[in-house]
Design a protein around this ligand. Structure first.
Ligand code: ARG
Length: 629
């Protein structure tokens, strides 16, 4: 096989790229056009509000400080009493330009200039300067209302971020054959699926990869044990073997206790790797049994993954190691072949002292494949934080080889997304009462059956069909497990607690799913045809609580952008929870009566917009919405 290892240069012109991708959302316009020209096409809602404001401030900054061409506009939502957004460039700019004969006298004057050079725009109601030059923006209610209504008509996909990435690999879940799929793999599956969904929503082509551990010396032992237990090994079906983990344990005991067995197992590895048919078939059979078990989890969680296990990359390893050796990166150390990284004591072992390949060799070959064959610009790995050092070393090796650019802001990029532990009530690693490990399938089934019990308790058994009960119990139960995981910053450990996650109050999936169902029932009760209202009615944001809700809805795009850029699903969870709270405030205010009021049409549209945004959040979090409670 011939391998060409060509460092791929970043295809993006914007070298500052992803974290500052606000530019990409923006429309272009002439300098300081009149209000009338601005309010037609250019006021179309495209991408995030923050991004659109940043574009306006970029124009202003160019006029304000023409000699400082590359000033990045610093715009942030502030939701304060002075405005909805703030531009914070004045102070920083002042320290850059003072002493250079600037025409300004201090940051407030810089702020004033930024304000007066801002192009006129239909999105801005008013603008003021506060303190040391903060430029505050109050958005136009009219523009806000129009943007929301436009989203209702054209669909929420119009609010998707557009990151400068074409193809991403998300390497997640990735359990090991014949070993238990543990809660760490569950976290990887849940978080990875959400990140994949957010990227997919952002129009990135996502390769959802299950990098299962299906290769390695342990297979010699497993295969030999299989032959011993089932002389006719084809009969060794899932039912015959039963628990593959117990099978693994028993074979390991045999391996440790009997030197003759051990020798046979070691020979079996060689025969397997040499491609001998019988060994290959035994291996495939063991993999298949595990795969069926993993599948039960994916099916419940509705997570889609494409398996490309470690074995897939095996044929690529020798070529990759050879190329790295030719580049002078691989050195001998204590019989092994390793790559040293400056400033780190331990090297990355790429060939073990017995000549075998390891986890790192496979990861190097997989990265090579993903960059060169799959042409991925962003490769994201999800494992617990315990593997951080491995990824750190391995990414640095790839940088030394010139596969990845130095620095983390240009593409192609590899990112390790680490996460903390799942803890039990005792504060230790999560386990169930009597078994050592938690079977994930049992865990998910319990979540479902508990939520089913709760529905029956609430009398739904008489009201709903069996099918409705089942599907609601699944949506709520699995949704609760996912949300309890996603709402925390992924780096922190969290405690697994059914009662907490299935509580219908507080920041839980149950509360949020019910909140959504309630909005749907308000709309149903109105008896109105929302399709018609969207096109013929008019949304206005007259009351403060309506405006607050509208502003929150409009911030969806920038929140998804942030969650996606920093790979933090909890940012989206916070947003969703706050959206629900903001909606409650609006809906429970007697001044904002919906059905039967003069403002019914507008308020129904606002309800519908809230439901649409909530559903998109659920969809990005992999949670199935429910429509009635
Ligand atoms: N199978 C590994 C484990 O269970 C996770 C693999 C993660 N992906 C990777 N490319 N290393 O820990």
């Amino acid at each position: 096989m011939r391998l060409s290892i060509i460092p791929k240069s970043s295809g993006f012109t914007n070298s500052d790229d992803y974290p500052k991708m606000s530019h990409l959302f923006l429309f272009s316009f002439e300098l300081a056009p009149s209000l009338t020209t601005m309010t037609t096409e250019q006021d179309e809602c495209m991408g995030s509000v923050k991004g659109q404001l940043a574009k306006l401030f970029e124009v202003s900054l160019k006029i304000t400080v023409p000699n400082e061409p590359d000033v990045e506009p610093l715009v942030a939502a502030c939701n304060g009493k002075f405005g909805d957004y703030q531009c914070n460039n004045a102070m920083g700019l002042w320290s850059k330009i003072k002493g250079k004969g600037a025409q300004f006298r201090g940051p407030p004057a810089v702020g004033e200039a930024i304000k007066s050079n801002l192009p006129t725009s239909g999105m801005i109601e008013s603008c003021s300067v506060a303190g040391p030059g903060f430029v505050n923006i109050v958005l136009s209610k009219n523009w806000m209302a129009k943007s929301i209504q436009k989203m209702l008509v054209e669909g929420i996909d119009k609010w998707a971020p557009l990151p400068p990435v074409k193809t991403a690999v998300v390497d997640f879940s990735s359990p090991n054959i014949a070993k238990e799929m543990h809660v760490g793999h569950l976290r990887s599956t849940i978080i990875g699926d959400t990140l994949a969904r957010m990227l997919e929503f952002s129009k990135v082509k996502v390769l959802r990869r299950n990098h299962v551990g299906d290769w390695g010396t342990q297979f010699g032992m497993l295969i030999e044990f299989l032959f011993e237990m089932f002389p006719n090994f084809e009969d060794a079906t899932e039912t015959a073997i039963g628990d593959l983990q117990a099978f693994y344990k028993a074979s390991k005991q045999r391996f440790d206790a009997d030197p003759a067995f051990k020798e046979r197992a070691q020979k079996a590895v060689v025969r397997l790797q040499g491609g001998e048919d019988k060994y290959r078939r035994a291996w495939a059979q063991i993999c298949e049994i595990s795969r069926n078990e993993f599948h039960k989890v994916y099916q419940r969680l509705r997570v889609h993954l494409e398996e490309k296990g470690e074995s897939f990359y095996n044929p690529y390893i020798p070529g990759v190691i050879e190329a790295l050796t030719k580049q002078g990166l691989v050195e001998e150390s204590k019989g092994a072949r390793v790559i040293f990284i400056e400033g780190i004591n331990i090297p990355l072992i790429v060939v073990k002292s017995d000549g075998g390949f390891n986890y790192a060799s496979t990861d190097l070959a997989a990265l090579w494949y993903r960059l060169n064959e799959e042409k991925a610009d962003w490769i994201i790995y999800l494992t617990d934080v315990g593997q951080q050092q491995h990824f750190d070393l391995f990414f640095k090796a790839a940088k030394r080889a010139g596969w990845l650019p130095h620095g983390d802001s240009s593409y192609p990029k590899a990112t390790h997304v680490g996460f903390g532990l799942v803890l039990g009530e005792d504060g230790k690693r999560f386990r169930t009462r009597n078994t050592e490990v938690v079977r994930l399938v049992d865990l998910l089934d319990e979540a479902k059956s508990r939520s089913k019990d709760a529905l029956i308790e609430r009398g739904k058994g008489e009201e709903w069909t069996e099918e409705e009960i089942e599907s609601t119990a699944e949506a709520v139960g699995y949704g609760a497990v996912k949300y309890a995981d996603l709402k925390n910053n992924r780096l922190t450990n969290y405690t697994f607690n059914f009662d907490q996650m299935l509580n219908d109050k507080g920041n839980t999936a149950v509360y949020l799913l019910y909140a959504h169902a309630r909005i749907c029932s308000i709309i149903r009760r109105s008896g109105k045809d929302l399709e018609e209202l969207k096109n013929k009615g008019r949304l206005v944001l007259g009351h403060k609580d309506e405006r607050d809700l509208g502003l929150h809805l409009l911030q969806f795009a920038e929140v998804v952008e942030e969650a996606c850029t920093n790979l933090l699903p909890n940012v989206l969870c916070d947003y969703l929870y706050n959206l629900s709270e903001t909606f409650s405030k609006f809906y429970s205010n007697p001044e904002c009566k919906v059905i039967g009021s003069d403002m019914e049409t507008s308020r129904l549209l606002l309800c519908e917009a809230t439901a649409v945004v909530m559903r998109k959040c659920f969809s990005l979090l992999g949670i199935t919405p429910i429509y009635k409670i």
